[in-house]
Unconditional design. Structure first.
Length: 156
């Protein structure tokens, strides 16, 4: 069973989640960061049986490169076992509806929030000011139990 995890992250939480998820698969998984991979167009989904996509949410939107890739490959994704996860402190269920088509959401074997984190050293000056204004402190809450549930959906 070949699987790929394609993710977009702003400050690294989605990368952490993607790596934890891949470690749960005995056969492993190819992991692609859309921000680091300039050849995203050259990823042939036909080579994979299972596809997992994940993104951080910033101002209500998923990673732009990931969103375009998903839109451009929706037909192929609808033929694969598919999972979608998000990393967001707000965990607004509308984030899925606002960023993915109804067809993709209905087709997915797993949809969920897998955690988030705020690490002040990774934030821009403006982001730090926003965090301070919201009276939020630095935190890391990665949901290992939910990551395990997602992996189970792809193992069985």
């Amino acid at each position: 069973m070949k699987r790929i995890i394609i993710y977009g992250t702003k400050h690294g939480a989605t990368k952490t989640i993607s790596n934890k998820l891949a470690e749960l698969f005995a056969e492993g998984a190819t992991i692609i960061d859309v921000n680091a991979n300039l050849e995203i167009k050259e990823i042939y989904l036909s080579d994979y049986d299972q596809v997992i996509v994940g993104s951080s949410i910033y101002m209500g939107q998923i990673n732009k490169k990931l969103k375009k890739y998903i839109q451009d490959n929706e037909g192929v994704l609808l033929k694969k076992k598919l999972g979608i996860f998000l990393s967001s402190g707000l965990e607004d269920p509308m984030a899925f509806e606002n960023n993915f088509s109804e067809e993709l959401l209905n087709h997915s074997s797993y949809i969920g929030f897998l955690g988030s984190e705020i690490i002040l050293s990774k934030l821009s000056f403006i982001e730090k000011a926003m965090v301070k204004a919201m009276k939020t402190k630095e935190y890391s809450k990665i949901y290992d139990d939910e990551i395990f549930k997602m992996a189970e959906a792809f193992i069985y």
